[in-house]
Design a protein around this ligand. Structure first.
Ligand code: PMP
Length: 390
């Protein structure tokens, strides 16, 4: 009954034989493999060749505060923000990181006081991105301490509030919830791109994190960047990356520069035959969210967040947010949504990882077409009337 994926039926890299329709579908991680098809279509446009003698030195730009930043990568980052209009780049330092995961750790180090008795508190409004807690706690550092949900945070003293907008896992746009002094805001803009949400304004905050993982789909390149206003904070972030990995892979930065260049070129090209990366991903997300909402309705056992439309200055379109994850709620009588879906061979990440209850799960919408389509089909067939038959 569900017509899934008419426009998405071209071959993907990993196709499964038809007899494999009972396989488990793993949508736990936000692995952005749906972008492979775009880059296949681009052919050799983003291919680079690195001779054996190139990129050997530790150093990239010794005159720059971030001495391991490849100038061409920095140029393409600035160009992309200018084209999309999602962040102010003037009077900022760019710090490159091994994914924004490393930049988050660099921020914790940079904002912690080395000579304070008390660790700085780290908070984010629940549901929050599950890695913040895991990363903050993993080394049992005395410099910073995970304090959980920002909405119930009442401790005295310095704090860092992580503001993820659009939010992972629920997709809503967010502002800081702690309106008081003594804190530093870190804006995680991994999903502030026009395939996921209308670009309503150019973000203008002190510390902003971005990643190629969710922008172009190149998660395996492990490249992220921070736009940082304060020179001292940027310097301390650079110091952390120096201590942690003596810089960031030049090969990856050069490849990221090329990939971002192709994205920028595709946005600027006026020809009808070239589709921009953002247009490709937007169309796919529209179709995926439509199919998902139909399946949820047909099933009658789940619910999804509802979003208000906004005007996107980049595309000139009005549209509702199309988050990279579905934040699915199981309706009664199901109490543990993650194990319920697992019994139906759909692997997701349960609400507890994000600081809320087990009736919620997060489901990646960025997987390859065949996996996503099978997931939607399976979800729509989970119905109350079938539930007690076996
Ligand atoms: N922040 C958020 C909100 C994310 O969802 C992710 C990726 N899941 C990251 C940061 C980490 O991205 P990266 O691959 O650049 O380390």
């Amino acid at each position: 009954y569900l017509s899934v994926s008419s426009a998405t039926s071209s071959p993907s890299l990993a196709t499964f034989p038809d007899g494999d329709r009972d396989r488990a579908i793993n949508l736990d991680h936000g692995d952005p493999t749906m972008y492979e098809r775009f880059w296949q279509q681009e052919g050799d446009k983003a291919t680079i060749v690195i001779p054996g003698w190139q990129s050997m030195s530790y150093f990239s730009d010794i005159g720059n505060l971030c001495w391991f930043l490849e100038p061409e990568f920095a140029r393409q980052v600035l160009r992309l923000h200018k084209i999309v209009g999602n962040a102010v780049t003037e009077n900022r330092h760019i710090v490159v990181g091994t994914g924004s995961t490393q930049l988050f750790q660099a921020v914790l180090y940079a904002l912690a006081s080395q000579d304070s008795e008390e660790p700085v508190s780290v908070v984010s409004a629940a549901p929050y991105y599950s890695s913040y807690q895991a990363i903050t706690e993993c080394l049992k550092s005395g410099l910073y301490k995970w304090e959980g949900d920002a909405r119930s945070f009442a401790k005295e003293g310095r704090f860092i509030e992580l503001v993820t907008s659009p939010n992972n896992p629920d997709g809503f746009l967010r502002d800081s919830v702690l309106n008081r002094s003594g804190g530093v805001l870190v804006h995680d803009f991994a999903y502030y791109w026009p395939q996921y949400t209308p670009i309503t304004s150019s973000a203008d905050y002190d510390i902003m994190l971005f990643t190629v993982s969710k922008t172009t789909g190149h998660a395996g390149m492990r490249i992220g960047w921070a736009l940082v206003k304060d020179r001292e904070i940027a310097k301390r972030m650079v110091k952390y990356i120096e201590l942690n990995s003596i810089g960031v892979s030049k090969d990856s930065q050069l490849r990221a520069a090329k990939v971002l260049k192709v994205v920028c070129d595709s946005c600027e090209s006026s020809s009808n035959t070239t589709e921009s990366l953002f247009e490709f991903a937007y169309q796919l997300m529209v179709e995926r969210w439509q199919n998902l909402r139909v399946a949820v309705k047909h099933s009658g056992m789940f619910s999804l967040p509802e979003f208000s439309p906004g005007f996107c200055k980049f595309t000139g379109r009005i549209f509702e947010p199309l988050p990279a994850f579905a934040w699915l709620k199981c309706e009664e009588p199901i109490e543990d949504c993650e194990s319920f879906l697992r019994s139906n061979k759909i692997l997701t990440r349960g609400g507890r990882h994000f600081g809320v209850g087990p009736q919620y799960v997060r489901i990646s919408l960025l997987d390859r077409d065949d996996n996503f389509d099978l997931f939607v089909e399976r979800l729509s067939s989970i119905r109350k009337d079938n539930l007690y038959q076996h």
